[in-house]
Write a protein that binds this ligand. Structure first.
Ligand SMILES: [Zn+2]
Length: 316
C-alpha cells in the first residue's frame, strides 16, 4: 500500500506548563504532576512534566523579561550565552539542550505545551504546519475521542516565517490552547478539559507505540494568515474596542464590512479586509502590548496520509 508514512516509537515525551506563567491550567497541572506523575505513565513510556518558565510562574506573569514562547528561534538557540541577556533567552537554550536540540536525533519525540487564552477559543489544538503528519493524527484522534469538546485545529506558522515556540524543540509538538480563562485564574472546567486532552493524547502515543495503525483522513484546519490591530489615535492610544458583535465569535466567519470595532465615540468601524476570514484570539489580553485585536485565519481542508509506527508490517 502506498502513501503510508512510518515513524519510530515515541518514548521521550514531555508535558510543559507555565511557558506563559499566568496561564493557570497548565501551571496548576504541571505543578501537580511534578509531585505525582502517575497520570502521565503509560505501558510504553512515562511523560516528563516541565514547568517551562519558573520565574514568570512565581510572579504570575506571562513572562519575566521576554516572551519565552517566541524565544525558540534559530538565532537565539544558536547564539552563545552572555551575561546581560534576558532570562527567557537563557531558559530557551536550557530547554533546547535538555529536550532538543531541535532537529537532532536526540530531541524529545513529543512535547505537549499547555496554554490558556482569554479569548473564547474553546478547545484549540495548535500545530505548526499541515504536513506535520504525526501531530495531525494526534489531533484527529483527539477530535474523534472527544467530540463534545469540539476541538479546532489551528496552524500557527505562516508560510515563510520561522519556528519560534517551545513545542518546536521536539520532533513533534502540539499546543493546547483553552479558553476563555482570565490570566492568573484557574477555572475548574478548563482544568478538567486540559487534563482530559493530555490523557487522551498520551493514550494516542501509547497506541502508536503498541503498533496501532492510523488510516488516512481529511480534516478542516484554520491556517493563520495575519492579524488586525486596534485603531490608534494620533497620540498612539487605542481609540476603539472590539465590537460587541465580534466579541467571543472566535472561529465564526467575519465578512468585509462586518463590525470589527466600536470607537469611544460610538462609531462602528468595519472589517476592511478583501476576503471573509475566521478571526481567532479575539481580544486576547496578552496581545494588548502589541495592539493586536485579533488573529486572522483561513479555513482549509487537509488530506493526511495513513500512519504506521512499524513499516516492516506493511507491504509497500
Ligand atoms: Zn500561552
Amino acid at each position: 500500500m502506498s502513501g503510508v508514512f512510518s515513524m519510530n516509537p515515541l518514548h521521550l515525551v514531555a508535558v510543559t506548563g507555565g511557558t506563559h506563567g499566568n496561564e493557570m491550567s497548565g501551571v496548576t497541572l504541571v505543578k501537580h504532576w511534578l509531585k505525582d506523575s502517575t497520570e502521565l505513565a503509560r505501558e510504553t513510556f512515562t511523560a516528563v512534566p516541565l514547568l517551562a518558565n519558573p520565574e514568570a510562574t512565581e510572579k504570575c506573569v506571562r513572562y519575566y523579561e521576554r516572551d519565552l514562547n517566541r524565544c525558540f528561534t534559530r538565532d537565539i538557540l544558536n547564539s552563545t550565552e552572555s551575561q546581560d541577556e534576558p532570562y527567557e533567552v537563557k531558559r530557551a537554550r536550557e530547554i533546547n539542550r535538555e529536550f532538543g536540540p531541535r532537529g537532532s536525533v536526540n530531541a524529545y519525540d513529543v512535547i505537549l505545551d499547555l496554554h490558556n487564552t482569554t479569548s473564547n477559543m474553546g478547545v484549540c489544538l495548535i500545530v505548526s504546519e499541515a504536513h506535520r503528519h504525526l501531530e495531525m493524527h494526534a489531533c484527529h484522534y483527539i477530535q474523534t475521542h472527544l467530540p463534545n469538546f469540539d476541538p479546532q485545529i489551528f496552524l500557527y506558522k505562516e508560510p515563510g516565517s520561522e519556528l519560534y515556540d517551545l513545542a518546536s524543540v521536539s520532533k513533534a509538538g502540539i499546543g493546547f490552547e483553552l479558553g476563555p480563562q482570565p490570566q492568573g485564574v484557574v477555572r475548574g472546567d478548563m482544568l478538567q478539559k486540559m487534563k482530559t486532552l493530555v490523557k487522551v493524547t498520551l493514550d494516542f502515543i501509547n497506541h502508536w507505540n503498541q503498533g496501532m495503525e492510523f488510516p488516512a483522513f481529511e480534516v478542516d484546519v484554520y491556517q493563520r494568515v495575519g492579524h488586525v490591530q486596534f485603531p490608534l489615535s494620533p497620540d498612539g492610544e487605542v481609540s476603539a474596542v472590539v465590537h460587541p458583535s465580534l466579541q467571543d465569535r472566535d472561529f465564526f466567519l467575519l465578512h468585509p464590512g462586518d463590525p470589527a470595532f466600536l470607537s469611544l465615540d460610538d462609531q462602528i468601524i468595519p472589517y476592511t479586509g478583501e476576503q471573509p476570514v475566521y478571526p481567532v484570539f479575539i481580544n486576547e489580553a496578552a496581545y494588548y502590548e502589541k495592539n493586536i485585536a485579533f488573529i486572522l485565519a483561513k479555513k482549509m481542508q487537509v488530506s493526511v496520509p495513513a500512519l504506521s509506527s512499524t513499516s516492516q508490517k506493511r507491504t509497500l
